[in-house]
Each structure stands twice: as C-alpha cells, then as structure tokens.
Design a protein around this ligand. Structure first.
Ligand code: AP5
Length: 217
C-alpha cells in the first residue's frame, strides 16, 4: 500500500507517519527529514536548500523530483511506503502520478490530517526534536528540564530553525497557496483515495481513526 500523509505544517504528519510505519511495517519517507539530514551533513544538496528551508519556502520541484524518484524506486519501497511531505505543489503531483503509473502503484491513498491554523501555530512554536532518539515532542510533555521524555537522554532536545513564529506564519501561507490546491486536484482527478482525518484530538485517537479508515478503504 502507498500512503501519502498530507496536511499543513504541524498537522501531525511526522508523528502519525512514524507510528503507522511501525504498525504496518512499511517505510516512512519524509522529504523534510531527508533534506534536514543533508543540511546537517553539509552535502551539496544540503548547501543548496539550507536557506530556503530556514525561510519556510519550498525547495524547487526539479530538485525534489530527483530525490523522490530515487527514494520511491529504491528496494526499500518495493512493498509500499508512507510518503510524508510530498507532493507539495501541483507540479510535484504530476511527477508523483508519473511514478505511480510507471510502477503500477494503484493501491494508493492520501491521508489528509485536518487541524486549524491557530492550533498548529501553538504546536509548532512549542515543538522540540530529540537528536538522540529522533522523537518529536511538545514542550508540554517535558517533565524534567532538558530531558527527552521518550528516551531519557539529557540535553538532546532542540528546536527546528523553521519553528520560529515568523517562519511558521510563512510556512502556513506557502501551504495555503501552493499545497492545499492538491486536494482540489484529487477531488477532480480521483486516481487515489482521499481520507480525511481529524488531527485535533489526542495522538492515539488520531492513529485509531487512521487505522480504522485504512481498514475500510
Ligand atoms: P517538513 O519537514 O515536511 O515540514 P512540514 O510539512 O512543515 O511539517 P512538520 O514536520 O513541521 O509538521 P508535521 O505535520 O510533521 O507535524 P509533527 O508530527 O512534527 O518540511 C520542512 C521544509 O522542507 C519545508 O518547509 C520545505 O522547505 C522543505 N520541503 C520538504 N518537502 C518538500 C517538498 N516536497 N517540496 C519542496 N520543499 C520541501 O507535529 C508537530 C507538533 O505537534 C509536535 O510538537 C508534536 O508533538 C505535536 N503533535 C502532533 N500530533 C499532535 C496531536 N494529535 N495533538 C497534540 N499535539 C500533537
């Protein structure tokens, strides 16, 4: 099964993709994680995208096409995948649809995680990442200062550069202008199943809703 996990920045795509990937035994391919790893490793790609990401703008469709084609056509994805962060523009939908056609990927669905922007704004400006276990956490989950609530590592929690209030505002604007129209596209060209999910409920409840809806899909 091919799952596109879709939604505004901070809707909970990464949180849910990690859980569902374990439950379904298919890999989680996050374009954001791949780009951040390239930035951290100071690769050629990382140098090209660092400033764009820091401002909350989108990396070019051409660069993304190359990256996503390589990932989806690798052996790792031969039994399905959860694609998080792609497609993000109508041009990227074209590329994704070509890949699907080429590889007969006809068991695809798009999980659209819906959360209001005011809730998202609070989530993103209080998000932390653990560099030790890769967990995504919220400041409200921290019980002991500077200790990751998931793995117990000390001083491992960092803020993403693009989670400052100004950049979050821009990311939401970019989502509205460039990414949200994808929902209209799939409403008019139903080549995959779109499943709407209420993302404004506790994490476990969101997972439950996703799994139930996937079963009935
Ligand atoms: P990317 O990494 O994809 O970021 P994003 O889409 O902005 O999404 P986030 O990772 O910020 O949020 P999320 O929905 O995964 O939420 P999370 O689970 O963390 O992209 C980053 C950048 O890379 C882009 O801006 C762009 O520059 C570039 N890029 C990537 N892909 C690209 C592409 N295809 N084309 C061009 N450029 C591209 O949750 C957020 C917070 O909420 C956390 O603190 C979490 O603990 C909390 N939370 C989650 N679920 C719940 C819940 N149910 N209740 C309460 N809190 C919750």
């Amino acid at each position: 099964m091919e799952i596109v996990i879709f939604g505004a920045p901070g809707a909970g795509k990464g949180t849910q993709a990690k859980i569902i990937s374990q439950k379904l035994g298919i890999p989680h391919i996050s374009t954001g994680d791949i780009l951040r790893a390239a930035v951290a490793a100071k690769t050629e790609l990382g140098k090209q995208v660092e400033q764009i990401m820091a401002k909350g703008e989108l990396v070019s469709d051409e660069l993304m096409a190359k990256l996503v084609e390589e990932m989806l056509e690798s052996d790792k994805c031969k039994n399905g995948f959860i694609l998080d962060g792609y497609p993000r523009t109508l041009k990227q939908v074209e590329v994704f649809e070509e890949i699907r056609k080429r590889h007969n990927l006809d068991n695809s669905c798009l999980l659209n995680i819906q959360v209001d922007f005011d809730v998202i704004f609070k989530r993103l400006t209080s998000r932390l990442l653990c560099v030790n276990c890769n967990a995504i956490v919220s400041e409200s989950e921290i019980k002991e200062a500077n200790v990751c609530p998931k793995c117990g590592a000390k001083n491992s929690l960092v803020k993403r550069k693009d989670d400052s209030p100004e950049v979050v505002k821009n990311r939401l604007k970019v989502y509205r202008e460039s990414t949200e129209p994808i929902l209209q596209y799939y409403a008019e060209h139903p080549t995959l199943t779109v499943i709407n999910v209420n993302g404004d409920q506790p994490v476990e409840k969101v997972t439950e809703e996703i799994l139930t809806k996937l079963e009935n899909c």
